[in-house]
Each structure stands twice: as C-alpha cells, then as structure tokens.
Design a protein around this ligand. Structure first.
Ligand code: ATP
Ligand code: MG
Length: 490
C-alpha cells in the first residue's frame, strides 16, 4: 500500500492512471446508477398504469351494471386466476366493510387490513409492502361508486405480486456489480498502458538529456510523430541545446583566443630576453630590449585589466557611479581625446547633439564605451573620411550613435563582433588591430546601464553603432542655443 501511494505521488504514469481509473469508475457508477434508477421508475410507472387501468374497468362495471355479478367475477376472479406472471388480486368491500368479492386465495396473501387507506386518484400510485411470508406486493386501495346515483361507495383493494420485478432488479444489480468489478480491474491496467504510451516521448526526451555532455552537444530530439504538446517541448529543448552548443563553442573559442593573446606578448618578452642574453651587449641594446619588454608587459597588463573589467561587468549593479550629465559633455571629452589622432589621419571628427539631452550614466564607463567606438571608427577610416558622434531621443530612449564612412564589416561577421576576442581579420596578426575586446567592453558597459547596443554596417558605406539608454530628459532651452553653436563650431 505504501509503495502504491509512493508510486502515485512520484510517477507521472501513476498519477495519470489514478486519475483515469478514478474518473472512469466515477462515470461508470453514475451511468449505471442512473440506469438502475430509470429502470425502477419505469417499473413503478407500469405498475401505476396497471392499477389505473384495473380501477377504471371495475369502476365502469359498478357504475353502469351494478347488478352484473358475472362481469365482476370475470374481472375479479377469472382473469387474475388465469395469470401466471405478476399475479394480481382484487377485493371489493361494501360500504359496511364486508367482502363482496375477491380473487381466489387473496385472503391467504393479504387480508384487508394490509392495505393502506383509500387514495383519491386517478392517477393512482401503488405502495410497496410484503406479506407475512415475505412476498413483495404493490398495493392500492380506492373508493368506487356503485350505480349512477353515486351515494353508495364500495372499497376496492388491488395488489400485484412483485416477485418477478424484484428478481429482475436483483439480476440487474448483479450485472452492475460484475461490470463494476471488471472496471475496477481493467481500468487501472488500461489506464497504466495509456499513460506509459503517452509519456514515452517524455522518457525519450529524458534519455537524450541524460546522454548529453560537452562532447555530445550536437544531439537533438526528432519531434516527428510526437503529440503537439511534446513536440513543442522537444523543439524548446532542441532550441536550448542550440544555445548551449553555441555558448560552448564561443567559450572554447574564447579560451583558445585568450591563450593566443597571452602567449604572443609572453613569447615576445621571452624571445627578446633570450636573444639579449645570448651574448654581451651594449647598454643601449639592453635599454632597447627592456623598452620593448616593457611595451609587451604593458600590452599584457592592458589585456588582463580588460578581461577583469569584462568579468566584473557581468555583475549587474556593481561598479556603477551614475550621475546626470549632458550627452554633449561626454562627446566633447571623447572628441578632445581623439582630436589629434583624427587630424593626423586626415579624418573629420564631428559632433551632432542636442545639448538638452541628458543621460544618467557612469561618466568614466560611458566615455570608455564611446571612446572604444570612436577608436574603432578611426582605425577603419581612410583619409578624408568622417566620424560622427550623434545623439537623439525617441520614446523615452536615448540613442547614442557613432557613424563612420570607413571600410565597413562583412554581413557574416556582424553577429559576432561583440564577442570577446572576435576580430574580422582572423589572422590575429599583432599589427592588424587590438585584442578584439573593445566591442565586448562596450556591450558590458551598456548592459550595466540597462541599455542595448547594435551595429549596422555595409562594406561600401561604413559602420554605425547605436547605444540605446533610458533617457533623462531635461529641456534646458536656454542652453540649447549655446550647445548647438558649440556643435556647429566643431
Ligand atoms: P580592441 O578594441 O580590443 O583593441 P578590436 O578593435 O580589434 O580590438 P573590437 O573593438 O571588439 O576589437 O572590434 C572587433 C572587430 O570588429 C574589429 O577587429 C574590426 O574588425 C571590427 N570593427 C569594429 N568596429 C569597426 C568599424 N567601425 N569599422 C570596421 N570594422 C570594425
Ligand atoms: Mg576596438
């Protein structure tokens, strides 16, 4: 019993079986109970019709031919005596209560005291009783007028043997119990079979999930032939595996790239030191080697601090020191920082920003993000190109955009440029750019600010990166003119 209740609580098939069995037996009980009740009602109705019929016949005879004893005998004695099933008995009592006529042997079955008081009717409703030997009867008693005057009233007692009816009901009940017992045995078996068949796809999903490890992330469930609900589950499961596989691939790529990025400066330092130590050198030579080693060490330390920053930026809410400031201030600081560089490259660095636009941001971080975007834009712009810092607002969102007219990014690389260490130039030669962390850092900073970042690029037109942040709108119209003039002046 304990094991059974444990199985019902823990197994889905057990629960489904219990529900199925319970519901089936409940429905069966209700249906058979209803049929049994309907059968009893039908039998009673038949019995009442019979009573009404007999009373009407006797009434007619007594009213129209009160002296015709033959007709009465025919009805009261002969007809009932000729009956084998559902034997009935009629007794007529005169106004003093003396028996005028009765069906033979009626006195042995039921005396006149066994009948109820005369009921008015029609319609007539017989009552149930049993005689002293235990035979069941339907009984009725009513007054019948004798002659047309209607002042003489006899009593008519009528009884129907209901043994046949009782046996019929007993047989019916027997059948019901048999059906009920079969249902009690077969419903759980059938229910269990249905439940295990229905949950088989779930088991298959479970088996697949159990088989999956980092080496077998390519496994998928084939939802063909599954019911809709489980096919959806299988598709959701497959989609989750797609994401896991992708994340895993990115993580592996990240580890490989990290190793590569760390190895290059370390190898350089080591190589230069080995070459320097191979023979005696001048102080200037040693100075040059040390300078070069320092450069590599600085690169290494920059890489490590970038990685640490990225790791920290994954803890939302941390390291943020938000302050409300005009977007133009951020742009100006970045502009000042890159101005000389841009001029040297022959690239125009332009600001287009409404000075009324304010943002609530961590100034250092946002400057770093915008700075990374400008650094990328400058790195991929040709002489004569334009790099624009643009800000606008739309539906409570601040859009900070860095546009360039540079080389652009091929469409197939776009979805991955925000990944750590991802560079369009896969050769990863040290001369061809940074470590590939700049955009990942931008994304980290924007996420910390509850914003989003996206990139559009086209190999012919250049690139535009948009940062979307929740807006702090302060329209200081007085400042606006001055700001616009500033913007145009740049
Ligand atoms: P880091 O920023 O770490 O010094 P990086 O600039 O190579 O290195 P990201 O800033 O993450 O790395 O950029 C990733 C890649 O996306 C770059 O290598 C470059 O190929 C491409 N890219 C980014 N911005 C632009 C741009 N404005 N125009 C063309 N290509 C770009
Ligand atoms: Mg960069």
């Amino acid at each position: 019993m304990h094991i059974l209740s444990f199985a019902i609580r823990t197994s889905l098939a057990g629960r489904l079986t219990t529900w199925y069995t319970g519901t089936s037996i409940l429905l069966l009980t209700a249906a058979t109970g209803l049929l049994y009740w309907a059968l009893i009602s039908e039998l009673n109705r038949d019995g009442d019709l019979f009573f009404t019929d007999k009373v009407n016949v006797i009434r007619t005879i007594l009213r129209e031919q009160p002296r015709d004893r033959e007709a009465l005998r025919e009805e009261v004695q002969l007809e009932s005596a000729a009956r084998t099933y559902d034997q009935f008995y009629i007794r007529l009592l005169d106004e003093r209560g003396d028996v005028v006529m009765e069906t033979p042997r009626m006195g042995q079955q039921l005396n006149s005291a066994s009948f109820p008081d005369a009921s008015p009717g029609p319609p007539f409703h017989g009552l149930s009783t049993t005689n002293k030997t235990g035979i069941p009867f339907g009984v009725l008693s009513t007054r019948v007028p004798v002659g047309n005057a209607g002042n003489v009233l006899w009593t008519m007692q009528i009884a129907v043997n209901r043994t046949q009816q009782r046996e019929l009901l007993a047989r019916y009940r027997h059948w019901l119990w048999s059906i009920w017992a079969c249902a009690f045995v077969f419903c759980p078996l059938l229910g269990y079979r249905i439940a295990t068949r229905g949950t088989r796809p779930l088991q298959r999903i479970g088996e697949t999930a159990r088989r999956i490890s980092s080496q077998t992330l390519n496994e998928r469930i084939d939802p063909a032939g599954y019911p809709v609900e489980l096919a959806t589950l299988a598709q959701v499961f497959n989609a989750m595996l797609d994401r896991l596989e992708d994340s895993f691939a990115r993580l592996s790529q990240f580890s490989a790239d990290l190793a590569h990025e760390l190895r290059t400066p370390v190898n350089n330092i080591r190589g230069e030191a080995e070459v320097a130590l191979a023979r005696a050198r001048s102080v200037d030579d040693y100075r040059e080697v040390l300078g070069s080693c320092l450069e590599e060490a600085a690169r290494l330390s920059q890489l490590i601090s970038d990685l640490l920053f990225l790791a920290r930026s994954e803890n939302p809410g941390e390291h943020l020191r938000p302050q409300e400031l005009p977007v133009l201030t951020i742009f100006s600081t970045v502009h000042d920082y890159f101005e000389a560089n841009a001029a040297q490259q022959g690239v125009d660095l332009v600001i287009e920003c409404d000075p009324a636009l304010h943002a609530e941001v961590d100034r250092q971080l946002i400057q770093r993000a915008v700075g990374n975007l400008v650094a990328n834009a400058l790195a991929h712009s040709k002489r004569g190109g334009i790099v624009t810092l643009q800000a606008s607002q739309d539906n409570g969102t601040l859009h900070v955009r860095v546009l360039d007219t540079g080389t652009g990014i091929p469409a197939e690389d776009l979805p991955r440029v925000f990944d750590r260490f991802y560079r369009v130039d896969r050769s990863r030669s040290p001369g061809s750019g940074g470590a590939g962390l700049g955009l990942a850092i931008v994304k980290g900073i924007v996420t910390l600010h509850h914003g989003t970042v996206s990139m559009k690029s086209n190999v012919s037109d250049g690139t535009s990166v948009t940062i979307r942040l929740p807006l702090v709108s302060r329209h200081r119209t007085g400042d606006m003119q001055e700001g616009l003039q500033n913007a145009i002046a740049r």
